[in-house]
Design a protein around this ligand. Structure first.
Ligand SMILES: Nc1ncnc2c1ncn2[C@@H]1O[C@H](COP(=O)(O)OP(=O)(O)O)[C@@H](O)[C@H]1O
Ligand SMILES: [Mg+2]
Length: 308
């Protein structure tokens, strides 16, 4: 059963650099209870989609239904059943994490006793206990972000929008947050989460959509996307080996000083020899969502450049 369905949603912004088409006829459905990932590079259109679906922004054209309600026509009917972690949100200066959660629940109409109990529970689950009574201006960016995520997850809203929920967090905090998000989905909430951390998408989401330049390039499971790479192993090199040398072994992805090649098991020995001969730092592992994403989005960028 679909809880969210977007039909031909487009959004254009008139900015200083001219007109930007942030979303281009996006169709998307999310099934009830799903932990759904929305993936894309910076500027792909993720936040724009989240804002439209969560009633914060009007689309230029197209429609979104949440719980069967049109989000433009009946925003108030939708708002009481959703909660949103906005991108780059900031907590209130003087409120503590505990107060944030409790007061937000109170504003949403939750009884005082329940609000208290849930605030205590979330503070523990999110690793915020040592900071529970600190005013938020004294907290690091990562802890402030954890406070916001805790506040939203505590609502137990039917539909949770999480826009880059783990941004600025260390690896331990991220894992803690993943667990709380999983628990929310298990308890029945539908979660739409954006991220550009591919390991996060791989660990957390059951289904995902990849967006690039306002268009959906892929929709399906993370496993199916990985299987599209058609190779089972990845080798990552730092220094000593060039992309051109690796090309005969399979698809190559160069990124910030590292070169990755996706290849078959039978060629690992040969590549290992090469790396050792060149004294290159390298590691070997199964193909990840990163290669699948880079292949998919890279192809789309090349096509766009060729047609321009
Ligand atoms: N308020 C705005 N005015 C003008 N352009 C915007 C505005 N918000 C976003 N954009 C542009 O729309 C595109 C999509 O942005 P966004 O939805 O924030 O992407 P993402 O969340 O995937 O990084 C980008 O090109 C961005 O620069
Ligand atoms: Mg964004």
């Amino acid at each position: 059963m679909e809880i969210l369905s977007a039909e031909r949603v487009s959004k254009t912004y008139a900015g200083a650099r001219g007109v930007v088409r942030a979303l281009d006829e996006v169709d998307l459905t999310v099934a009830r209870g799903r932990l759904f990932g929305f993936l894309g590079r910076n500027g792909a259109g993720k936040t724009t989609f989240i804002k439209i679906a969560s009633t914060l922004l009007l689309p230029t054209s197209g429609s979104v239904r949440l719980f069967g309600e049109d989000v433009v026509r009946h925003p108030n009917r939708v708002r009481e059943r959703i909660a949103i972690v906005p991108q780059e949100g900031r907590p209130f200066y003087h409120l503590t994490p505990l107060e944030h959660i409790r007061e937000y629940l109170r504003v949403r109409g939750v009884a005082a006793e329940t609000a208290n109990a849930r605030a205590e529970e979330l503070v523990d689950a999110m690793g915020l206990r040592p900071y529970a009574a600190e005013p938020s201006y004294r907290l690091s960016g990562g802890l402030q972000q954890r406070t916001l995520v805790a506040m939203i997850l505590a609502t137990r809203a039917e539909f949770l929008f999480l826009d880059e929920p783990t941004i600025g967090m260390d690896p331990f905090a991220r894992r803690q947050v993943w667990q709380v998000i999983r628990d929310a989905a298990r308890a029945g909430s539908t979660v739409l989460l954006t991220t550009h951390y591919l390991d996060e998408a791989e660990q957390l989401t059951e289904e995902l959509a990849v967006v690039e330049s306002g268009r959906i390039l892929y929709r399906g499971t993370p496993e199916a996307l990985k299987s599209r790479v058609g190779r089972e192993v990845r080798l990552q090199f730092e220094g000593g080996v060039t992309a051109a040398e690796l090309a005969p072994f399979g698809p190559v992805f160069a990124e910030r000083g590292k070169v990755i090649v996706a290849t078959t098991r039978s060629r690992v020995a040969e590549l290992t020899q090469l790396a050792l001969a060149r004294d290159a730092t390298f590691n070997v592992g199964p193909v990840t969502l990163e290669e699948a994403f880079l292949a998919l989005v890279g192809r789309s960028i090349e096509e766009e450049e060729a047609s321009a």
